[in-house]
Design a protein around this ligand. Structure first.
Ligand SMILES: [Zn+2]
Length: 485
């Protein structure tokens, strides 16, 4: 199942592109979130493309749309009203008419668990200049678009993924390295390739995003001591399922030999493909925090420890290492300098909240601190290893803070109303959640109770000793003691 949208590339006689300011998600209520506002995002205007309700077919509205009939038959969609909506969205007078030409069809990779959004790009050229645009819309030259995509200035306006996708051939920003056919990927921000690969991960996800940065230029071999590691390409979190290993082999074979491999943390849905890289490219060097490395164990090639603050050089691009504990105590994030995008491992997921691993040093205080660290960086895009790329990072991170704070308040309220054992606290504070999820939730509760204790927020009569001794009983009651990630 999928949904569809129509994206309109509108050019004026000067060959400029029309872009419109995108609406951010609704802001969160609370003083503490007011300082964290994402910078303006401008993108190609787009609207949902609705299938016709009856099983009939209209005429072709867009010239050349027959070219994508194998992927989508546009005669089965209400294209005319989608075009009307786009024209209305950018604020054009209805009297302005275009001859719309089909440009490309772009299928979104399966990031799961939400529906894919596939996009039909159409092109419309104006015969005369239209200067009087509403405030939301503006003309932008292609060199300007290119510069905003490739050299992002922190807290400056941003250009969105539809521009990068719809104009990829013209912008020529895409990496030249070729992925195996049939493997879907998304390249946004420019130069950062994200490939959702099937993995043994936790539901509702079924893939781990493999991130590849492989610039076209190969730099000199001279090692610069300013950088903790240097290579011609980097691959992050090769955690795919063994049945995807042949595809991973093809990816590694297509990349330069001077390859860096970074794992954000040790969970097997992030490292399962390391054996493939080890086999295919003995020159590869692994980069990881030492707490991660000691849990991986099976890597016999070169290894460079990371602790945060270092800079990695991949050809002509730089990546800043950010120590990001919380999910585990060896968790690392990476800031791609050129696009100011942040690769966050499992600190965030594309949908819902991330589970902290109490058995590997997961810690709520660290989690909050790392989240604030990310907010202060004000990244322009956020890439998590499960789910879609997020283009409203500050809003997303504030949502995480709020979600954790709300959960912590619920847990504190349960304790204040008399819950003393782990089972009582979980059953009260997760009463609205299916009991089959109480086991993973219990580790979250334990982390929140530890966090409340560290802030001296627990009521005086609450016995930590009784609570701690109740943890075995919880496991017994729930019938399992396995913490699964
Ligand atoms: Zn994880």
């Amino acid at each position: 199942m999928a949904t569809y949208r129509l994206a309109a590339i509108i050019r004026n006689p000067s060959d400029e592109l029309l872009i419109t300011k995108q609406s951010p998600p609704p802001p969160l209520i609370g003083e503490e979130y007011k300082n964290y506002v994402d910078s303006e995002l401008h993108d190609i205007p787009s609207v949902t493309l609705s299938p016709l309700l009856v099983d009939s077919k209209l005429d072709w509205v867009i010239k050349g749309a027959e070219a994508c009939i194998d992927q989508i038959d546009l005669r089965g969609f209400d294209v005319s009203s989608a075009i009307d909506q786009v024209v209305l969205q950018v604020g054009f007078d209805k009297s302005i008419s275009f001859e719309w030409v089909f440009l490309k069809y772009s299928a979104e990779p399966d990031f799961g668990p939400v529906l894919h959004i596939h996009t039909v790009f159409i092109l419309g050229r104006l015969k005369y200049e239209v200067a009087d645009l509403p405030e939301r819309s503006q003309w932008m030259s292609i060199p300007n678009v290119k510069s905003l995509l490739a050299n992002v200035k922190p807290r400056y306006i941003r250009v969105g993924p539809l521009v990068a996708d719809g104009l990829s051939a013209e912008l020529a920003l895409s990496t030249k390295f070729t992925l195996p056919p049939m493997l879907q990927f998304q390249e946004y921000p420019s130069g950062v390739v994200v490939v959702p690969m099937e993995s043994r991960t936790q539901k509702p996800f079924s893939t781990t995003n493999l991130v590849v940065i492989a610039p076209d230029t190969i730099e000199s071999d001279i090692m610069d001591p300013h950088f903790v590691a240097q290579g011609d390409a980097i691959i992050l979190d090769p955690g795919c399922h063994h049945k995807m290993h042949s595809k991973l082999e093809e990816i590694v074979a297509a990349l330069p030999r001077k390859l860096l491999v970074l794992v954000t943390h040790h969970h097997y849905d992030h490292v399962e493909g390391l054996s493939v890289i080890q086999k295919c490219n003995p020159e590869a060097t692994l980069l990881a925090h030492e707490n991660t490395m000691k849990r991986i164990g099976s890597w016999s090639l070169g290894y460079t420890p990371l602790s945060g603050g270092e800079v990695i050089k991949v050809s002509d691009q730089k990546l800043e290492v950010i120590f990001a504990p919380g999910h585990t105590d060896g968790h690392i994030a990476l800031l791609h300098s050129g696009t100011h995008s942040l690769i966050v491992g499992d600190h965030c997921v594309g949908q819902g909240s991330s589970v902290l691993d109490i058995t590997s040093g997961g810690n709520m205080k660290d989690y909050f601190e790392t989240t604030y660290k990310f907010l202060d960086l004000a990244p322009h895009a956020l890439i998590s290893m499960h789910g879609r790329i997020n283009v409203w990072p500050l809003r997303m991170l504030c949502g995480y803070l709020k979600h954790r704070r709300d959960r912590e308040s619920t847990i504190l309220a349960a304790i204040e109303s008399g819950a003393e054992t782990l089972y009582d606290i979980v059953s009260k504070s997760y009463a609205d959640v299916d009991p089959s999820l109480w086991v993973p939730a219990s580790s979250n509760v334990r982390l929140h109770v530890d966090h409340l204790a560290s802030q001296n927020k627990l009521p005086k009569g609450f016995s930590m000793e009784n609570y701690q001794s109740s943890q075995d009983m919880f496991v017994f009651k729930m019938g399992t003691n396995k913490f699964k990630m």
